[in-house]
Design a protein around this ligand. Structure first.
Ligand code: ADP
Ligand code: MG
Length: 346
């Protein structure tokens, strides 16, 4: 049914976007949003159908890979696309479908250079899929952990800055990523593209479907989780919406990405999950003694990894920091590279 916005501007739309930040700091409403002095139109007057892509219209190609949500395919829909088919056999569940729709209504509002282009979604259960632009580049994970590519400090800084800009944008739109990690950051022709924001709550539903009820910890996940989240992990907890994801937990995860950029490895890399959980929960951090980097570079890492959420900087501050970083260093000692071990590859 077509909906028109009510005269009062109050939304009665059952599909209105939930705001996924603390209510005091909510900045996105589906009725009218004022950002930077602009008045944005009421988007709930636009039917979700505009973002529906009939499954039959998609030409599916090869599988690119399988992750937590389901399977990602190369696809064709008015050009090359990535199709993320959610693996939810139990999706006759009305609540799960509603949740998926509300995630999608968040994605359709994102327009930023460093954020993946959302093109639409297939909403007919059991065929649920998200269609985005296809990244032709590699993920940061592939660059750093598999190929062992060495980025010089300038490139490292530019990448960190672009991540901060994309994340700052998502946060300003009221979107918490919840799964920021090097596998969800692509480098397309040197440009950062962030993917898979906000999808985490859909994932949990998949967790919830598992037969055994022990907590399943995907490899390489723990080191992105902030202390307040780690402390909430329980073996019998299947509802991850109980986990306190926030803007500052995204900043903590970014700290880990910054560490990966600097060291090409994960913090706590050789340690078993229980040891990581114990240490992070107590506020202990990966030691930086072996990291050859300037004080500034290490400080930003320590700030992002602050035990107290309120001590972590926001992404606007981080972007400013990275903006100043290379110039500052060049002004100080142009002939002395911070990373003596790094190649001069650009
Ligand atoms: P994960 O993020 O844990 O690797 P995903 O399910 O998100 O798991 O992704 C599965 C695979 O599909 C990964 O190899 C990922 O790099 C790839 N992929 C995801 N989104 C895109 C995209 N938009 N373009 C190209 N490849 C993608
Ligand atoms: Mg992913």
């Amino acid at each position: 049914a077509n909906r028109t916005p009510s005269a009062s501007g109050a939304s009665t739309d059952s599909e209105r976007t939930p705001v996924r930040v603390d209510s005091q700091e909510s900045q996105v409403s589906d009725t009218e949003t004022v950002t930077d002095g602009h008045r944005w139109p009421r988007q709930n007057s636009m039917s979700m159908r505009e973002w529906d892509i009939p499954y039959e219209e998609l030409r599916m190609g090869d599988v690119i890979g399988t992750g937590r949500f389901g399977t990602v395919y190369r696809g064709y829909w008015h050009g090359d696309v990535a199709v993320k088919v959610l693996n939810m056999s139990h999706l006759n569940d009305e609540k799960a479908l509603e949740q998926f729709k509300s995630e999608v209504s968040m994605f359709r509002k994102t327009r930023h250079e460093n954020v993946i282009l959302f093109m639409g979604a297939c909403m007919q259960p059991p065929k649920l899929a998200i269609v985005t632009s296809l990244s032709k580049g590699m993920t940061l994970y592939t660059h750093l952990h598999l190929r062992k590519d060495k980025f010089n400090m300038n490139k490292t800084t530019v990448v960190a800055q672009q991540i901060s800009q994309g994340m700052g944008y998502l946060h300003a739109r009221g979107i918490i990523h919840k799964d920021l990690k090097s596998k969800n950051i692509f480098l397309d022709n040197g440009k950062v593209v962030i993917t898979d924001f906000g999808l985490f709550s859909v994932t949990k539903l998949c967790f919830g479907n598992r037969k055994n009820d022990s907590l399943w910890i995907p490899p390489g996940w723990l080191c992105y989780l902030s202390p307040e989240i780690i402390r909430k992990l329980h073996a019998h907890q299947l509802h991850a919406e109980e986990l306190p994801f926030s803007k500052s937990s995204d900043v903590y995860a970014f700290g880990t990405v910054w560490y990966e950029l600097l060291c090409s490895e994960w913090p706590f890399k050789t340690q078993p999950p229980e040891a990581i959980i114990w240490q992070v929960g107590k506020g202990m951090k990966q030691p930086l003694a072996n990291l050859q980097a300037s004080r500034d570079v290490k400080d930003i890492l320590m700030l992002c990894w602050s035990f107290r959420e309120e001590d972590r900087p926001d992404f606007v501050r981080l972007a400013n920091f990275f903006d100043k970083l290379p110039k500052k260093r060049l002004a100080r000692s142009p002939s002395h590279p911070i990373h003596l071990s790094r190649s001069a590859e650009s």
